[in-house]
Ligand binder design. Structure first.
Ligand code: CA
Length: 231
């Protein structure tokens, strides 16, 4: 059973989350402040953490920072703050996903499934050495171990930079990856503002992989924020 830690000081929303999650057979623990969240994360390690940024005793960003390093569970931020700066800060300190309030319960459950699927896939990979290395979409298939991409019956050649970008996005399906993180990981920390690089390389990847590059279905742009891979 998947254990979810809900960190939310809004009692009504916390209760709604607990009812919905329990109805889908998740095991749920709730913390109404950061101190309780830290204690529960340490004593009853959850599989996923849903975290509100506006907490009474600590800023949620600082809580994510306090969790990083020892907490293994993906952190999904639920926030009333819709500014892209807050989203980027949360993603940069280690959040895995970000949803702006108000959100639909269906979308939350879908993101939660995506987060736990990644967890299962990474533990399956660790356990069997290679299982789960194949990522398949309607338009192309990526073999993460062999480092090969196939579209229909032909191999697609990617440059090392294109491959690196694709790999980062594909390893976190459904999750927004910030421009800064992509630039830092692919080009290095000194290039973290060169968003034009990303536009150029993402356009190339789309030309190679998408059926209709001008209406991408798999390599999605979140304007001003980053990119998301959807299988
Ligand atoms: Ca709050």
């Amino acid at each position: 059973m998947t254990r979810v830690l809900v960190v939310e000081d809004d009692a009504q929303l916390a209760r709604a989350l607990m009812i919905n999650l329990k109805a889908r057979t998740y095991e749920v623990a709730a913390a109404h402040d950061a101190a309780t969240a830290l204690r529960l994360a340490a004593t009853e390690p959850p599989d996923v953490i849903l975290l509100d940024l506006g907490l009474p005793d600590m800023d949620g960003i600082d809580l994510i920072r306090a969790l990083s390093g020892w907490n293994r569970a993906p952190v999904l931020v639920l926030s009333a703050r819709s500014g892209s700066e807050d989203k980027i800060r949360a993603l940069d300190v280690g959040a895995d996903d970000y949803m702006t309030k108000p959100f639909s319960m269906d979308e939350l459950l879908a993101r939660l499934r995506a987060a736990t699927r990644r967890l299962e896939e990474s533990s399956a990979r660790a356990g069997t050495g290679g299982a789960g290395s194949l990522v398949t979409t309607d338009d192309f298939t990526v073999d993460l171990v062999a480092k090969k991409v196939r579209r229909g019956d032909r191999d697609i050649r990617l440059t090392p930079t294109e491959w690196h970008l694709l790999e980062i996005l594909i390893c976190d399906p459904g999750v927004l990856v910030s421009q800064q993180r992509l630039l830092k990981e692919v080009w290095g920390p000194s290039h973290s503002t060169k968003t034009n690089y990303l536009r150029v390389y993402m356009a190339q990847l789309r030309r190679k992989l998408e059926a209709d590059p001008s209406h991408p279905r798999h390599l999605i742009t979140e304007p001003g924020m980053g990119y998301r891979f959807e299988a």
